[in-house]
Design a protein around this ligand. Structure first.
Ligand SMILES: NC(=O)c1ccc[n+]([C@@H]2O[C@H](COP(=O)([O-])OP(=O)(O)OC[C@H]3O[C@@H](n4cnc5c(N)ncnc54)[C@H](OP(=O)(O)O)[C@@H]3O)[C@@H](O)[C@H]2O)c1
Length: 312
């Protein structure tokens, strides 16, 4: 299959590109800086926000499947957190619409797009499936804007019914180059004892390894399933479990417990919300309809495995 991979230099894209090629696909990598792409069958330089350039580049690649793994979450030096989220919201709205139009114009018959599994409103069960409403009216302006852009991305992709659309809602990624890696922002904060445990720490995070996220995308290329799928591990984990456990593995100080109001001031609204009220995500639909199962079933398994590999 001829696959166009947008976001080939990202956290998921770098893992995904060799897996797609190993599965026998011809992969054209789309990147803003073509020199950053490693080992693709073809490379095109294009920006999702440049409509004419994107349309021409995608058209020349003649993809059967278009894979959208673009975010703008990697901070550019001097960025505030607000700027990073605002840029990502813009690329999710405008870039996604441009990519869908370019894919259609190029004759693609399948579109696979990345979304997030932690945008649901904290209502109802502790673990929510794909039918749960998104938190578009979150009380924090940054998070509300992020979730609204996620909803717009999903609507745009799912609206492309002529291209068998599928949206993969990834859980919180961990592994190499992610925020939770030992060198990532969260890993570093835990290591330095600068990530406190907020409130009761009962908020759930559904994690997924970068590799499992990429394997789901490989599966989605040949599969006919359409719609939204949570791609998360089997065990949503409370902050009061993963945070002290991770600190212990890192040999870091035990995270201090602080009240929610202080947590919001120190970590921002989302940081406190994640640790106290965020719901987990269920992966049963991906198992039943897509045949995807996580190879690493829980965060605990994943981080312990990573540390035992380093120790060997
Ligand atoms: N679900 C999650 O939890 C989740 C998802 C994604 C990322 N993250 C986190 O975000 C952090 C940053 O990751 P990252 O930025 O390396 O990777 P990334 O966000 O996964 O990848 C971004 C990709 O999008 C591309 N891109 C961005 N804007 C573009 C545009 N306008 N047109 C075309 N391509 C565009 C980038 O290409 P360029 O090389 O041109 O910049 C790159 O290939 C990581 O620490 C990760 O943990 C989390």
């Amino acid at each position: 299959m001829r696959v166009l991979l947008a976001g080939a230099t990202g956290v998921i894209g770098r893992e995904l590109l060799p897996l797609l090629r190993k599965a026998g696909h011809h992969v054209t990598a789309l990147a803003r800086d073509a020199s950053q792409v490693v080992d693709a069958d073809a490379v095109i330089a294009a920006d999702l926000l440049d409509t004419p350039g994107l349309t021409a580049a995608v058209g020349a690649a003649r993809p059967e499947v278009v894979m959208h793994q673009v975010t703008a979450l990697r901070p550019v030096s001097g960025d505030t957190r607000w700027e990073v989220f605002e840029r990502t919201a813009h690329v999710r709205r405008v870039g996604t619409a441009n990519l869908v139009d370019a894919a259609r114009a190029a004759g693609a018959r399948r579109i696979v797009a990345q979304s997030i599994a932690f945008a649901t409103a904290p209502v109802g069960d502790a673990v929510l499936d794909e039918s749960a409403p998104l938190y578009v009216n979150a009380p924090d302006a940054t998070w509300a804007q992020t979730v609204q852009a996620v909803a717009a991305l999903e609507d745009t992709v799912l609206g492309a019914t002529d291209m068998a659309p599928i949206v993969l809602r990834y859980g919180s990624l961990y592994g190499q180059y992610t925020l939770y890696d030992t060198t990532g922002a969260i890993g570093q904060a835990v290591h330095l004892g600068r990530l406190p445990l907020v409130g009761d720490g009962a908020g759930l995070t559904s994690f997924v390894t970068v590799r499992d996220a990429a394997l789901a995308a490989v599966l989605a290329v040949d599969h006919s399933a359409t719609g939204v799928f949570n791609i998360v591990d089997d065990k949503p984990t409370a902050a009061h479990e993963w945070l002290p456990g991770y600190a212990d593995l890192l040999g870091a100080p035990e995270p201090k417990r602080i009240p929610v109001e202080l947590g919001e001031r120190l970590l921002g609204w989302y940081g406190a919300y994640q640790q106290t009220r965020q719901r987990g995500a269920a992966n049963a639909k991906a198992g039943l309809e897509l045949g995807w199962r996580p190879t690493v079933p829980s965060w605990e398994d994943g981080v312990c495995q990573a540390f035992s590999e380093v120790a060997r």
